[in-house]
Design a protein around this ligand. Structure first.
Ligand code: F6P
Length: 358
């Protein structure tokens, strides 16, 4: 059995744990396994840049963050455009698959990477995928690996900001990763005891943010922590069309949304604010214990699909149980935080402001 394997898109702490899960299960259940690791994502498959893996390559990597295969982004919107060397990307990947006589391609990736995986599957390649992203926004699965480790990092940042915010009686915005969805901000915001949580799915009202700060002051609470997703948007901006918003953003001089909100709070009410952005730290370091378990289990399930020749699927978690979902049902969709999500209800019951007008 010849398997191609690659990691695509933004990395996280647990792809190695997941690949180890796949490989160990395959080696353990078949005497005839060859794994070809494509280097740096789909790029390695396009350019036929691979490494024939040995069983021992998958040992000792459970706790190693990042990916031993390397990764890169191959945006789907340019998939039909030639690469920098003039190569046809899709034809290149199909050729590599055929030249190596692969039985299956295993892809670990997030939203964008699943579009390419679904395309390759449509083109006749046998593909099995694993949901990898700190954003937890892949359609069809309740949880992706990477998410839990990132929650821990973001939570630790909020924890650490708490002490200095309290000492100085300051307002802090901690900007958390997530351009399109607010899962990471919501979870780490609740775990870190943020007072205000701003996510892309719920446009925030600046006055409401200010009211919450003032209300806390009146209660004798001299500091406020705002957990803000990097894709959070004000209710004013949310009213604009895509084109209008793009134009408006061209006039901004702020490096990110946290600085924009900080500026608005300063201008509106003279509110002094500090901004902290943990950035890629959220994807770095060793995977948390629960993330290692999840990644390993997803890896085992992916190997099961390969051994049963049950191709064209992503391993997923549905109603708390491991399952599979066809790639065409995953590709091109984003799992947003539903405003009726019970976490939102519980956060607001707790007195956390989501920035929306009461
Ligand atoms: O998709 C994961 C993610 O970390 C997002 O949360 C973030 O917006 C983006 O990747 C950052 O991308 P890059 O690593 O390419 O800067």
């Amino acid at each position: 059995m010849k398997i191609g394997m690659l990691t695509s898109g933004g990395d996280c702490q647990s792809p190695n744990a997941a690949m180890r899960g796949v490989a160990k299960t395959l080696y353990n259940n078949s005497n005839d396994v060859e794994i070809y690791g494509f280097l740096d994502g789909y790029k390695g498959m396009i350019t036929k840049n691979y490494k024939l893996m040995k069983e021992e390559d998958f040992s000792g990597i459970l706790t190693e963050g990042g990916t031993i295969l390397g990764t890169s982004r191959t945006p789907f919107k340019y998939i039909n455009e030639p690469d920098e060397e003039g190569r046809d990307k899709v034809a290149g990947m199909i050729k590599t698959y055929k030249d190596l006589k692969l039985d299956c391609l295993v892809m670990l990736g997030g939203n964008g990477s699943h579009k390419t995986a679904a395309l390759l599957s449509q083109k006749g390649l046998n593909v099995v995928t694993l949901p990898k992203t700190i954003d937890n926004d892949i359609e069809g699965t309740e949880m992706s690996f990477g998410f839990q480790s990132a929650i821990d990092v973001a939570t630790r940042t909020i924890d650490e900001i708490h002490t200095t915010a309290a000492s100085h009686s300051r307002v802090f915005i901690v900007e958390i990763m997530g351009h399109k969805t607010g899962w990471l901000t919501l979870h780490s915001g609740i775990a870190g005891g943020a007072d205000i949580i701003l996510i892309p799915e719920i446009p925030y009202n600046v006055d409401e943010v200010l009211n919450t700060i003032r209300k806390r002051e009146k209660q004798g609470k001299k500091f406020t922590i705002i957990a803000m997703a990097e894709g959070a948007i004000s209710d004013e901006d949310a009213k604009l069309s895509k084109k209008e918003l793009k134009e408006k953003r061209k006039t901004y001089t702020f490096p990110s949304v946290a600085y924009q909100l900080s500026d608005e709070l300063q201008k509106k009410a003279g509110q002094e604010v500090r901004v902290t952005i943990p950035g890629h730290v959220q994807r770095g370091g060793i995977p948390s214990a629960s993330d290692r378990i999840l990644a390993t289990r997803i890896g085992v399930e992916a190997a099961g699909l390969i051994l049963r020749k049950d191709y064209g699927n992503m391993v997923c978690i549905k109603d708390g149980k491991f399952s599979k979902i066809p790639l065409e049902e995953v590709a091109g969709k984003t799992k947003m935080v539903n405003v009726d999500n019970e976490l939102i209800r519980q956060a607001e019951s707790l007195g956390i402001s989501l920035g929306r007008k009461a």
